[in-house]
Structures are given as C-alpha cells and as structure tokens.
Write a protein that binds this ligand. Structure first.
Ligand code: AMP
Ligand code: ZN
Length: 428
C-alpha cells in the first residue's frame, strides 16, 4: 500500500543554474561520514567536492555494539567535521547553503550524535536543515554518474530498488520521490548481517566481513569453484555432509506466498549447527571452509533473485498480467541495486543473468562501489531532492527515528514548507 502525504513533488523545473553548497552528515550505524556537494545545475546531478569518514572498529566485539557506536560518534563527528570544514574553506563567514543529515532509520545514539551537531550548525549559520531517510539516500545514489556505466542516466519512475545492506534487505517499488511500496522485506535478519555472521563463524575477523567473504570466494581456484558448483546441498548426501537449501522453498511453503519475504537467518543457523556437528573439537580444514563460504554466498544471493522472480510472476511484469494480476511492475524499466551488499559482484551478475521474470526488459543501475556502503554523499543527494522537489525542510525539533519504513518517508511530521523567499535565496 502506498501512503500519501500532503507534500507533493513540484514539476521538474527547466535546467536552472544553481550554485549552492550542501554539507551532508551521516552516522546511522558505525560510520561517521561528512560530504560537501555542489549543486551546480538543476538538470545535472550534484557534484561531489569532498568527503571524509571514520569507522568504528568492531573486529574484537564481533558486531556493532550500539553504546560503543554512540560513544564513537560523540568523540569523532565534531572533530571530523571541524577538520573537514577547515580543509574546504567553510566556516562562520563562508557557510554552506543547506545542511542535510540522516534522521533515521538506524541506531538512535549514533543518529543523535550527528543530528544534534547538524541542528547546531543550522542555528549558528542560519541555514535550513533537511533530515533525510537513510534508505532514500541509498536509492538516490543511482542518480549520480556511475564509473562502470558512464552512459546510463538516472533511473525513471516507476523503478525497483533492491536495498541490500547490513541492516536492511528489501525490494522497493518507487513511483515517485515519496511514493514507495515495500514489495519484499526480510522476515528475520538482513542479508549483510547474515553474511557477516556466517563469515565470523568461518573464522574471518574485522569489519565488513561480507566483503572479505567475497574476496575469499573469488580467490578459490576456478576449477575448485566449478567442482563446488556441481555439488548439490539439498540433502546431506554429498562429500561434505552439508544440507543448505534456499529458504522458504520447502513443500510446507506456498510456491507463491501471499506475503513476499526474504529470510536470511537460516544460513547462519545451518553453518553454526554444521560446525558444531563436524568441527566442535578440531579446526575446520581449508577445503570445507572454502565450500561453506562458496555455498553460503551462492545460495544467499540465489534466494534474493528467486524471491524477486516469484514476486514478479505474482504481481505481473507484462500488460496481460497488468489486467490479470495487478501487473504492478509492468511500467518498470529501471532496477537499482544499492547498499553495501549490493556492491558484491556475484550478486550483480546473478541479477543481470537470472532475473528471468522480467524478460530482459530492465536497465540495471549499479552505483559506484564506494557509494554503496554508508556515506554522506547519498544523504546530500537525497536532501537536495527533498528540498528542491518538495520544497520542504525539517524543523529543529526533529528526533532520530530508529524504525522508519520507507513507505512513510514524509508521514512522520517535523517538516516545514520552505518559503519562496528562502528557496530563491538558496537556489539563486
Ligand atoms: P551498509 O549497511 O550499506 O553500510 O553495508 C554494510 C554491509 O555490507 C555489511 O554487512 C558488509 O559486510 C556488507 N558488504 C560490504 N561489501 C560487501 C561485498 N562486497 N559483498 C557482500 N557484502 C558486502
Ligand atoms: Zn546503509
């Protein structure tokens, strides 16, 4: 269901010259990030002038601890921004024109560290503040130029976005900047969380273990990977005695369920049980470790592709289905893959190759790898869209929002209309 708000996107203006600078801040999880964007021309994506980040090291704690992240941001964000402003010649007499900051969803402590600072800067510099939905930021990175796809412009509404990160995994249908329908959500944990925890079970240490897992699997000799690919794990009847199956596909599940969901927790429980059964007393041999890493990554991504295919069959991608079954994807031509996990090349290849229900009618958008994981650039890009298209800003009473469905971006309150005079002053 799409919920509507009282704020509507204004009709796109002709290419207008814009010369305003945007400071963007993001700290929803374990990264303190800041970016400076130049809004140069309304017909062009904003230009990135500079960005900086610091990341909490969670290698020893086996995951991000919210209180540690809160403390980390409180220590780092002011220093990080102070140095960043000085480096870019910004300050009391030369402030940026617009301030954008993540408002949610995320860890409340982490969010509040930068939101408070952003409010302070907005008051001190008398500049408007836009509190941004983190996931909208991930989606709108697709509006920026992509190194690997230089000829691909921004996606056109309606489009689909697979948001695949450490905290969220969902397929969203966007009909406009503010009309979003969550088509598939996860019923347990996010894909990135599952990959990180599986990798930890396999002995990897550090942050961003999904990335480490990808590197490790890519380093397995090609012939060995080909052998692994031919070994089926739908029963334990294989040389490793491993049963690992696609979630939600057993006979007890409906082939086409009424509610479409992803499920990633079973990958972790399978690996934990397998380790306990086969290697509780001794270290795992390298070939088994390779096999488990390979199969987890393959099947987890196969599950994502499979659920999207089933969803497309259910909701219809063509005109006939439009009449027969709603056909909600019939006008969709663009597919965006964003979030940290979406930078994985195996997932990208599978989406390109295996999304068969769409009959090769999709243009895929793969944002640059550095913009896939959390960053402040995406918050600036989304903040500019909100400010210019909806002509709204946030009031100074806004609080961090821990859980904030994407379908309710504008329904949370705390928005104020931007006056014509203020809009003209900034978008001069
Ligand atoms: P985000 O929450 O968007 O900042 O993304 C962080 C998540 O993405 C973590 O769970 C990482 O392990 C995961 N991630 C980052 N790079 C990759 C990759 N190349 N393959 C799989 N997962 C990744
Ligand atoms: Zn994120």
């Amino acid at each position: 269901m799409i919920l509507r708000s009282r704020f509507k996107a204004a009709k796109p203006l002709q290419a207008l010259r814009r010369t305003y600078k945007v400071l963007a801040i993001e700290s929803s999880c374990d990264d303190s990030c800041v970016a400076l964007l130049d809004r140069f021309l309304s017909s062009e994506p904003p230009r990135i002038i500079d960005e900086a980040r610091m990341t909490l090291n969670s290698a020893l704690t086996g995951g991000v601890i919210p209180t540690a992240a809160h403390e980390f941001h409180q220590k780092t964000i002011a220093q990080l921004i102070n140095g960043f402003l000085a480096k870019n010649g910004l300050g009391r007499s030369t402030p940026p024109d617009l301030i954008c900051c993540t408002r949610g969803p995320g860890m409340v402590g982490s969010l509040s560290a930068s939101l408070q600072l952003a409010k302070g800067l907005a008051v001190a510099w008398e500049r408007p503040l836009v509190g941004v939905h983190h996931m909208l930021g991930h989606v709108l990175t697709a509006n920026l130029p992509k190194k690997a796809q230089p000829d691909l412009g921004p996606p056109k509404y309606p489009f689909l976005s697979l948001l695949c990160s450490g905290g969220h995994t969902m397929l969203v249908l966007l009909s406009s900047l503010t009309e979003h329908e969550i088509v598939i959500d996860t019923c347990d944990i996010a894909a990135g969380d599952s990959l990180d925890k599986c990798a930890r079970e396999l002995g990897f240490l550090g942050n961003m273990l999904g990335k480490e897992l990808e590197r490790y699997v890519a380093s397995i000799p090609e012939q060995v990977r080909a052998d692994f690919a031919s070994i089926r794990t739908h029963t334990r009847d294989n040389e490793f005695g491993l049963k690992l199956v696609l979630p939600l596909r057993s006979p007890k599940h409906e082939k086409v369920p009424a509610k479409m969901e992803f499920a990633f927790a079973s990958f972790l429980s399978t690996i934990q049980e397998y380790k306990q059964k086969h290697f509780s007393e001794q270290p795992m041999d390298e070939r088994t470790r390779m096999f488990l890493a390979y199969k987890v990554q393959e099947l987890l991504f196969d599950h994502i592709v499979n659920r999207i295919n089933v969803s497309a069959l259910k909701d219809g991608t063509d005109r006939t289905a439009l009449e027969a079954a709603g056909g909600k994807f019939s006008e969709v031509r663009d597919f965006i893959c964003s979030g940290g996990v979406a930078s994985n090349s195996v997932l990208r290849e599978k989406l390109l190759k295996d999304l068969l229900s769409f009959n090769n009618s999709l243009k895929f958008h793969f944002p640059d790898l550095r913009l896939c994981t959390d960053n402040a650039v995406m918050i600036g890009v989304a903040g500019i869209e909100i400010f210019e298209s909806l002509r709204v800003k946030s009031d100074l009473s806004i609080l961090p929002i821990r859980r904030w469905p994407m379908s309710e971006v504008l329904l949370v309150g705390g928005y104020e209309r931007v006056s014509e005079e203020e809009f003209k002053r900034i978008c001069r």
